[in-house]
Write a protein of this length. Sequence first.
Length: 163
Amino acid sequence: MVKLLASVGMVALLGISAAGAATPRTEVLATVHQFFDNFSKGDMKAAAAAVSPDGLVIMDDVPPHVWSGANALEAWGKAVAAAGQGGNMTDPAAKIGKPTSVIVDSDSGYVVLPVAFTYKQKGVAMRQAAHMVYSLRKAASGWQITGFTWVAGTPERAAVAGQ
C-alpha cells in the first residue's frame, strides 16, 4: 500500500499524463524541483546536476549580488553559507509554493515560484516571503537551469504560537 501511495504521489507531483509521458511543463518543473530540493538539503553536487554545464547567472540579496559563469553555483553557495554564518543564522528552511508562471517554448523555459523562507537569527524566529525566478534551456540531456534570481521582501519576526 505504501508503494502504491508513493507511486500515485509521484505521478501527481510530476503531472504525468494518462499516456505516461511527461509534458514540457512538468519536465521544466521537475528540473527546478530537483535543483531546489537538493540545494535545500545541502547537496550541492546533486543540485548542480540540474544546472547548465556552460554555467549560469545568479542574482541574490547576498553580496556581491550577482554571479555568472561555470563556477557561479559554487561561488554563490559559498557566499550564502558565509552570509548565514556572519548573520548568526540557524535552522534555515525554504518551501516553494505553486508556480505563478510557467512559460515553455520549444527549447526555453521560464518559471516563477513563491518561496516561504524561515530561519532563526540570533535565536529569534524569522520569516521572509520571496519568489524565485528560473530560466532554463533544453539540451540533448534534458532541461538545464541557465539562471535564477531570488526576489525577497524584508525579513520579519515570525509569529510565535500562543501569542
